[in-house]
Write a protein of this length. Structure first.
Length: 127
């Protein structure tokens, strides 16, 4: 019983760490997007975007959607967050022909991994 309680506490801590970091990342990305909309550059840039850039935009949207969905469905949301962040990393690395992980991308991978780990430690834990 003590061991189960110990795992529940770890899972809860990981879950709330993932939620906190995920919410901050989503707010930052949304803030940049809204700022560009208000500045008028987002729509002008969207008209000039190439196919790879649209795929990157979709991957970024999937990272945000996954981190928000993971508040309710940790395993699925975490997997979507990790998968789309890894896809973003691989696509940008292919475009610049050099493997590179930026801090925001690494943070999204971490968020997804923390959500999945918390679900693994405490399946069906707090919603």
């Amino acid at each position: 019983m003590v061991e189960k309680l110990h795992l529940d506490l770890w899972a809860s801590g990981l879950r709330w760490a993932a939620r906190s970091v995920g919410a901050v990342l989503a707010a930052l990305v949304a803030g940049v997007f809204v700022g560009n909309l208000l500045n008028g550059t987002a729509l002008a840039d969207a008209a000039r975007m190439q196919a790879a850039e649209w795929v990157l935009a979709l991957a970024l949207a999937a990272m945000i959607a996954g981190s928000l969905a993971a508040w309710r469905w940790e395993l699925v949301g975490g997997a979507v967050t990790c998968g789309s962040a890894l896809a973003f990393i691989l696509i940008t690395s292919a475009l610049i022909q050099q493997f590179r992980i930026r801090p925001v991308e690494a943070a999204f991978v971490l968020v997804g991994a923390l959500f999945m780990l918390s679900e693994w430690l405490d399946p069906g834990g707090e919603a």
